[in-house]
Write a new protein. Structure first.
Ligand code: NDP
Ligand code: MG
Ligand code: MG
Length: 341
């Protein structure tokens, strides 16, 4: 069983005695910076030249510097830019400006675990990874609650790395909910496995096949969209509240019986063999290499795949169906802006 730590296990004064640089002000960055500041920590935000986030961070009362200058002053540097850009920023702006004994923090283990970032032996290397999007991390903190966090130490140069990481976790509200002790290896590999096989890859492919099967059999696409995609949220909410048992309890007996007899006909044992193959590619680094090599080349494969998937008829039907919901009118604006329909 996992070891779980709470507020009483953490010494908030440790992080309060340090200068913390938050690099990036996106989903996680804004939440960490504001929560730390409100917990009495001395925070500076490091942003790239010309960043559109400078004004936002300043409006929220934070001090903003260049990435290099924020790093120079800091005892703890938390890197919260997208995983595929961390290595370049590290080499160009962070590593050359890091104090000799500064701790380097992450919210995901990708770059450390796969060796894309290799901090020198004098630095503590820690992770504090909230199990939720940054906006939830901020909202929960403001409401006096917290989002559970994963905490781990890859390199303990100071002999205090764990205590400082737990202190940081407390300052962003994580230990209000609970901090689970893990390792960079476990966090990285399970995170990639979950998103590839179940949460993103698995679910997307399942929805797509379900939609195609109904439409190819002559059913109306709108009906297919409702039945294999739109209603998924209702099911997921029930699972989130009370596990598979609550979901089965809440559905009709017809649905529950169909779940037992037809689920294993669709998701056959060979799916588990394929999951093991995906896990092997995660463990041996070949997925990471494929992703980073493509990103370094300007992401040609990534962009091609994204364009192909956006063109699937499921997506056009989805836009039409979602527009029927009065409360849903603006939800497509963020991610269809400037992209081809
Ligand atoms: P975001 O995509 O929200 O980060 C955006 C920020 O990064 C912006 O401030 C942006 O700058 C800055 N940025 C982007 N590219 C560069 C660059 N090349 N140089 C300098 N700054 C850059 O990231 P997330 O918050 O989603 O992720 C940060 C980390 O947190 C990742 O390691 C991720 O895996 C992890 N994580 C994310 C979770 C989430 O829910 N999003 C959950 C748990 C962990 P600008 O403002 O100038 O555009
Ligand atoms: Mg992930
Ligand atoms: Mg139904």
């Amino acid at each position: 069983m996992a070891e779980i730590f709470h507020d009483a296990d953490a010494d908030l004064s440790l992080i309060q005695s340090k200068k913390v640089a938050i690099i990036g002000y996106g989903s996680q960055g804004h939440a960490h910076a504001l929560n730390l500041r409100d917990s009495g920590v001395d925070v500076v935000v490091g942003l790239r030249e010309g960043s559109s986030s400078v004004a936002k961070a300043q409006e929220q009362g934070l001090t903003v510097r260049s990435v290099a200058d924020a790093t120079k002053e800091a005892d703890v540097v938390m890197i919260l830019v997208p995983d595929q850009t961390q290595r370049g920023l590290w080499a160009a702006e962070i590593e050359p400006n890091l104090k000799a004994d500064a701790a380097v923090f992450f919210a995901h283990g990708f770059n450390i675990h796969y060796g894309y970032i290799k901090p020198a032996a004098g630095h503590d290397v820690c992770m504090v990874a909230p199990k939720g999007p940054g906006h939830t991390v901020r909202r929960q903190y403001e409401d006096g609650r917290g989002v559970p966090v994963l905490v781990c130490v890859e390199q303990d140069a100071s002999g205090q790395a764990w205590d400082v990481a737990l202190s940081y976790a407390a300052a962003i509200g994580g230990t209000r909910a609970g901090a689970i002790k893990t390792t960079f290896k476990e966090e990285t590999e399970t995170d990639l496995f979950g998103e590839q096989t179940v949460l993103c890859g698995g679910v997307s492919q399942l929805i797509t096949y379900g939609f195609e099967t109904l439409v190819e059999a002559g059913y109306q696409p709108e009906m297919a969209y409702f039945e294999v995609c739109h209603e998924l949220k209702l099911i997921v909410d029930l699972i989130n509240e009370g596990g598979l048992t609550k979901q089965r309890w809440s559905c009709s007996d017809t649905a529950e019986y169909g779940d037992y007899v037809s689920g294993p006909r669709v998701i056959t044992p060979d799916v588990k063999d394929h999951m093991k193959d995906v896990l092997a590619d995660i463990q041996n680094g070949s997925f990471a290499k494929r992703f980073i090599d493509d990103q370094d080349a300007g992401a040609p494969e990534f962009k091609k795949l994204r364009a192909e998937h956006e063109r699937h008829p499921l997506e056009a039907t989805g836009r039409e169906v979602r527009s029927m919901f009065a409360w849903n009118t603006d939800v497509d604006a963020d991610y269809t802006d400037g992209q081809t329909a």
